[in-house]
Design a protein around this ligand. Structure first.
Ligand code: EPU
Length: 340
């Protein structure tokens, strides 16, 4: 049954836990419901926002439109051979539950992405990534509903135009599609990526030389839990900014001035600098300003210490951006979607 509610608090539905209201709110449990919703006057007359786990959103004011919470569930084994399995997961599945399901079945490829908050539908949108893996490495297809034609279209990995925290759904096709499901190509024979220093250290501390996918997942969970605040306890949206990428030439100038800065090579001869380091160097790490601040273990994560308004967090983000620009001449760009 499709029920459009009015004037709903979004506090429980997004991980910053800010008290804002949606004019209309609806939960959609099936594609049929979604199609029915698209025929309603409210859908046709108001702007809409598709919400999964609400883990990458900052609301600075009430949402004067329709929030569509996608809770279309289901995980299905589509195909398998000796080496690979093809798993279709619907957008409303909780991402970490999918990771756990795959680990239990022995399907490798997403164990490094353990404990990332949010739902499956958001994963391709921003090409989620952590600890040496991005979801683009295992995505076979993305199935999405075209809002205008109401047809389901299948995007190949290439058509998704994945890049660091980017996809075609955030850029050229923004707001045109509703992601319904993803098909992942996972391995039956573990092909682990334990190159990330903290994973190696966590495994070494337990004397694990030949880890299973479950042990890699446990290492990632331990690292995340030690560094990143749990959004159920302290409102936050994970990394607030993307790590900036600068040209090789700019990096040469930068590294002479700041020789201790961490950096990673990136695509197209660019160099990626961790925004967390830049923010910490500007003195923001652990700083509390009113109801908000940059987290004490990871400066890239802005937190809501209680009753923060969206604007307080937004203003903090602006001040951080400005000080990074002044000190390093580097622009940092929010990763979080901000509704001003
Ligand atoms: N660093 C600092 N100070 C800080 C934070 C980090 O100096 O306050 C330094 C660290 O010492 C390290 C470097 O920055 O040398 C990188 O830090 P970290 O490994 O914590 O990763 P990150 O680059 O800050 C990215 C992702 C995270 C992901 C981690 C692990 C982005 C925007 N963030 O953070 O993703 O978990 O790598 O792979 O790319 C998220 O997107 O919400 C998220 C948490």
């Amino acid at each position: 049954m499709l029920q459009i509610a009015e004037h709903i608090s979004l506090k429980p539905y997004h991980t910053f836990h800010i008290e804002v209201y949606a004019k209309y709110f609806v939960e959609v449990k099936s594609v049929a419901d979604l199609l029915k919703l698209m025929d309603t006057t409210i859908y046709k007359e108001y702007p809409n926002l598709i919400m999964g786990g609400g883990s990458n959103l900052l609301f600075c004011k009430d949402y004067e439109g329709l929030i569509i919470k996608n809770t279309i569930k289901g995980i299905e084994l589509l195909n398998e051979d000796d080496t690979y399995v093809y798993i279709k997961a619907n957008a409303g599945e909780v991402w970490h539950e999918l990771v756990q399901y795959c680990i239990e079945k022995g399907y490798g490829g997403i164990e490094n992405l353990s404990l990332i908050p949010g739902c499956v539908g958001a994963a391709p949108m921003q090409n989620i990534g952590a600890y040496g893996i991005e979801i683009k490495e295992v995505i076979q297809e993305v199935h999405a509903l075209h809002k205008d034609s109401k047809q389901i279209e299948i995007f190949s990995n290439e058509a998704c135009q994945f890049a660091y925290r980017e996809s075609v759904f955030k850029r050229a096709l923004k707001n045109q599609y509703i992601i319904l499901s993803v098909v992942l190509k996972l391995t039956k024979k573990p092909l682990l990526n334990t190159s990330y220093g903290a994973i190696q250290a966590a495994l070494a501390a337990k004397n694990i030389e030949h880890p299973s996918i479950k042990e890699v997942s446990e290492a990632v969970i331990a690292i995340r839990s030690s560094k990143l605040p749990n959004p159920a306890v302290l409102g936050n949206a994970g990394s607030f900014f993307k790590n900036p990428e600068i040209t090789k030439e700019a990096f040469e100038v930068f590294s002479k001035q700041f020789p201790t800065a961490p950096f990673y090579p990136s695509i197209n001869e660019q160099v990626k600098i961790p925004a967390g380091w830049l923010i910490e160097q500007c003195g923001w790490k652990g700083k509390v300003i009113g109801n908000t601040g940059a987290h004490k273990e990871q400066a890239l994560v802005l937190v809501n210490y209680g009753n923060a308004q969206g604007n307080e967090i937004y203003n903090l983000a602006l001040a951080i951006q400005q000080s990074v620009k002044e000190k390093f001449n580097i622009e940092i760009e929010p990763e979080v979607n901000i509704y001003i």
